[in-house]
Design a protein around this ligand. Structure first.
Ligand SMILES: [Zn+2]
Ligand SMILES: [Zn+2]
Length: 361
């Protein structure tokens, strides 16, 4: 384990739920990037604190962590909603400072694009290219928003800062908080002569493509974040992020269950009774032989260890489970029927009387 979550939150190992929540509240407030605009390490500290809280606030995760097991909380920060949910669960609906974060107002929007892959690509990873529609920096004005040859004026309201300080009442008492300047919309500038190409926005809509490296082990619904590849921000502010959501095309040979795969194997009546060498397809190219012993019952499951899906971001693969599906024939020809009747007679199985066969027309 890289970090000691108890140490990060500054609580004892036997700390109660309330104590942990209290510690997180204080640390999250102190280390939140909005409260430390000039300290680049604040964000890393904040992430550490949030991760520690995410684990220790959940009794089941905490138990696993205490045992020394690896606790997978996914990528807390690449999931659009999860992180806000975490903050809301502690600070209530108004969020950390009781308002939208300054950065959210100005930076470009995040873009969510689906990408379809087949099951093997999801399992073993692939490179993909996604096309989407999003704003790019305006070339005509280099993203400044002012017509070429002109310059923007500094906003008189905020003196160019783009934000103003306001006092807010919060659950921690009265706090100074930062809000976007209303006069300039948070840009710090007033443009008298806007660029005609982008109407002063500094960005224009465009068709774009991005190359995405899909890591092994992703599943349907996994979101990958590509930092800074979202919508261009207004007038030179940071671009949003591109989120690529994986959609896995169904595979008729395999059902996926986490890292395991299930394959239904059709087995004939005689094959199940007498045994045979089956051929089982593999998710990677090729196939493998599988000995089906004589007397195999319907529903028997054979486990091919390590032939499943690789774990996302970790070593090892799941298993391939082969489910025996004994096929009872439904349309016997005359030879097959008489063989089966002969078998039934020898085995002492009582069977329905033969119906008169219709003559083939
Ligand atoms: Zn422009
Ligand atoms: Zn302003």
């Amino acid at each position: 384990m890289a970090a000691d979550y108890y140490e990060i939150l500054g609580v004892a190992r036997d700390a109660g739920a309330d104590e942990i929540k209290k510690a997180f509240r204080k640390l999250a407030r102190d280390s939140h990037p909005d409260a430390n605009p000039d300290d680049p390490s604040a964000e890393a500290r904040f992430r550490e604190v949030a991760e520690a809280y995410e684990v220790l606030s959940d009794p089941e995760r905490r138990q696993r962590y205490d045992r020394g097991d690896r606790v997978d909380i996914g990528d807390l920060f690449s999931n659009l909603g999860a992180f806000d949910d975490l903050l809301r669960s502690v600070f209530g609906d108004s969020g950390l400072f009781g308002g939208a974060r300054r950065q959210d107002r100005q930076r470009g929007r995040d873009v969510l694009v689906p990408v379809e892959v087949d099951l093997a690509e999801a399992a073993f990873g692939t490179d993909s290219s996604v096309a989407f529609h999003a704003a790019v920096t305006c070339q005509n004005c280099s993203g400044k928003g002012a017509a070429p040859g002109t310059v923007a004026d500094t906003c008189s309201q905020c003196g160019g800062a783009g934000s103003v300080r306001v006092a807010r009442r919060t659950m921690f008492g009265s706090m100074m908080s930062i809000a976007p300047c209303a006069q300039c919309g948070g840009t710090g500038e007033i443009i008298a002569d806007p660029c005609l190409e982008c109407r002063g926005r500094g960005a224009v809509e465009s068709e774009r493509t991005a190359n995405v490296e899909i890591p092994p082990g992703v599943s349907d619904g996994t979101r990958l974040r590509i930092s800074g590849q979202g919508e261009a921000g207004a007038r030179g502010t940071a671009a949003g992020d591109l989120y690529v959501e994986i959609r896995v095309r169904p595979d008729e040979r395999f059902q996926r269950d986490g890292i395991d795969l299930h394959h239904p194997l059709k087995v004939g009546l005689a094959q199940a009774a007498l045994g045979f060498e089956a051929v089982v397809p593999l998710l990677e190219e090729g196939e493998t032989d599988l000995e089906i012993p004589a007397g195999t019952q319907p529903g028997t499951v054979f486990r091919l260890a390590g032939r499943g899906v690789p774990r996302l971001g970790r070593r090892g693969r799941g298993d391939l489970l082969v489910h025996v599906d004994v096929i009872v024939p439904t349309a016997l020809d005359a030879d097959q029927e008489s063989s089966l009747r002969a078998y039934a007679a020898v085995a002492g199985e009582e069977v329905s009387k033969a119906k008169r066969r219709r003559k083939a027309r």
